[in-house]
Design a protein around this ligand. Structure first.
Ligand code: WTA
Length: 561
């Protein structure tokens, strides 16, 4: 397909003033911006919050929260004071530098406060996705023997304490007293002053669990040095200016919600919008209008869902303040880009990165033309290549393994207790990090995503490991065997489809299949529950290891549908 090219945006971008195509760029240049360049002492919470207060911007709005009837605003000073109070509570309860503090909260300022309170005292924060069910919560906290959790009373039934033996203290954001510690009540009794725990650039900052094609999710640990790239991509890719109002729609339980919903905008001192609740076209348009959003970061599924709305809806709202839109997480269809360009008169800038990479690597910069269908080009400071199966670079237009020249400031620090997994990202030596994505690069260096090289499923931008779903299915009494694949879907990109073999005595009935789906939903997570389940008599398997041949299931599926 030859989708027409969309020209660069006109003037006023941060990058335009600071870097020209072909200019040299070194990440070292960004170091000057940070307090630690002078002091040698670093903490993400300091750079995101305290430094803005010190620089006289305490009255600037840091967070603007919207949900149904509620609206809450925190200035940088107010946010700092609250973080300090919460940090004191955590300290009083024995949280120390390097401890894991899990945060299992809805999209709400409390989630930001909890994360920064933990970070400011040197802890490693583990944000958990708000829709996780008990199994997902348990597996993650158990994997790194987490001792502390901050959550909400309404989420407590998904925290099975007796199955998480390491968990010593559970803080809740509710005022009620019980077996747990009410962090909000205790915070009121604590000082709004808190000394920062200064750490090294290489010290742990956050942990996100992410799915691969085999085994349980792996804990990806990032370091405080991430701020270099997160600040800089916030400035050049998100094009954040001091007076912007910025909205990232992702929950911090996904890496995008943490990096570009919490860190990058606040590193840039920019007002961040938080919207509670699920997707609804009306609610989202309302947030864009009411909050006067100028920069908006979301995902292709959301854009596709908006595009599918009746025409009049798009004209019922005043979106005139939006200046810059970005997308991440899954392939962005050219027709969506064209639709937005025609309807909103705005370009959607695709960006590509991964949990493991810690920040954007490939993107459509505002100053560059967009080739719809491409994710853009490597950002300054990043070099990509497409490699063949032996690790040799391929020429333009040939599809192979998307690789990034190591290293860059936000690359993961480690995979928790799994050095082999870390090494598996570098199969051809230290020079090239392999993403696990297939891509080609065109004559101008634009990168075109072609799929995953493994069986991982990407549904609405969420990474789902088929193995985790298969394992959960097997726990259902009716399921003897299971194989799970991603099936192409117009809105969600892919949906989870399960093939199952039933145990004797169970009938292939709609009710049973519904029950199996509900079982995965209730025990793992809603997004991982198969939208389609097909009963078959036998699963295709490899002869030697007996592994499920998911590729064969995919072939079978495309022949049948
Ligand atoms: C996919 C999300 C197509 C890709 C930040 C990658 C994309 C995985 C894009 C990482 C994009 C991310 N176009 N596919 N612009 N961005 N992906 O760790 O397969 O949740 O490897 O990080 O999402 O997913 P993760």
């Amino acid at each position: 397909m030859t989708a027409s090219i969309i020209p660069p945006q006109t003037s006023g971008h941060q990058i335009e003033k600071e870097w020209k195509e072909g200019d040299p760029f070194d990440w070292e240049q960004v170091h000057d911006r940070f307090t630690w360049k002078e002091s040698g002492r670093v903490n993400m919470a300091h750079e995101c919050i305290d430094r803005h207060v010190l620089e006289g911007k305490g009255d600037h709005i840091a967070l603007h929260y919207f949900a149904d009837e509620e609206e809450v605003i925190y200035t940088f000073s107010e946010l700092q004071a609250e973080i300090n109070r919460w940090g004191n509570v955590l300290k009083n309860h024995g949280v120390h530098k390097g401890d894991f503090v899990f945060v299992f909260l809805p999209k709400h300022p409390y989630c930001h406060i909890a994360m920064f309170a933990a970070i400011k005292i040197g802890a490693v924060v583990g944000p958990l996705f708000e829709a996780f069910m008990e199994e997902a919560v348990k597996d993650r906290i158990n994997d790194c023997e987490g001792r502390f959790l901050i959550t909400d009373d309404t989420f407590l039934d998904r925290v099975k304490r007796e199955e998480i033996p390491s968990l010593e203290k559970v803080f809740t954001t509710n005022e009620k007293h019980g077996v747990n510690i009410s962090i909000t009540t205790e915070a009121k009794k604590n000082s709004d002053q808190l000394a920062t725990e200064w750490v090294d650039l290489e010290d742990g900052l956050n942990i996100h669990y992410t799915s691969g094609s085999t085994g349980k999710p792996k804990g990806i640990i990032h370091a405080h040095r991430n701020m270099i790239q997160q600040y800089q991509t916030g400035r050049w890719v998100l094009d954040l200016h001091e007076d912007d109002v910025y909205w990232c729609t992702a929950h911090p339980g996904w890496v995008t919600g943490t990096v570009y919903g919490v860190f990058a905008p606040l590193l840039n001192g920019v007002t961040t919008v938080i919207h509670g609740g699920r997707f609804s076209a009306e609610a989202w348009y309302e947030v864009l209008e009411k909050a006067r959003v100028t920069v908006w970061y979301s995902a292709p599924t959301a854009f596709r869902m908006l595009k599918a709305q009746p025409d009049h809806l798009h004209h019922n709202y005043d979106l005139s303040r939006i200046r810059h839109i970005l997308s991440v997480g899954e392939p962005l269809n050219p027709e969506v880009i064209h639709w937005a360009y025609e309807n909103w008169n705005l370009r959607i800038h695709d960006t590509w990165w991964m949990t493991e990479t810690g920040a954007q690597l490939v993107a459509n910069l505002p100053t560059r033309a967009i080739k719809p269908g491409s994710m853009g080009r490597p950002i300054p400071g990043i070099e990509v290549a497409v490699l063949d199966d032996h690790g040799h670079p391929l020429p333009a237009f040939e599809t192979g393994h998307l690789a990034i020249k190591a290293t860059w400031p936000s690359l993961m620090k480690e995979v928790w207790k799994n050095p082999e997994k870390f090494a598996s990202y570098f199969p051809y030596g230290k020079e090239w990090y392999l993403a696990g994505d297939l891509a080609y690069v065109d004559e101008d260096g634009y990168v075109f995503f072609q799929g995953r090289s493994d069986d991982m499923i990407n549904s609405s931008g969420e990474r789902i490991g088929p193995f985790e779903v298969e394992s959960k299915l097997l726990e259902h009494p009716a399921v003897r065997e299971s194989g799970v694949i991603g099936k192409p879907d117009e809105i969600r990109g892919e949906i989870v489809k399960a093939f199952i073999v039933l145990n004797d005595g169970f009938e292939n009935e709609a009710k049973l299949l519904q029950d199996i789906r509900a079982f995965v939903k209730a025990n793992l997570a809603a997004h991982a529950a198969p939208r389609e389940i097909e009963v078959i008599s036998e699963l295709p398997k490899t002869q030697i290891s007996g592994k499920v041949l998911r590729r064969k299931l995919k072939e079978k599926d495309s022949v049948c549908s």
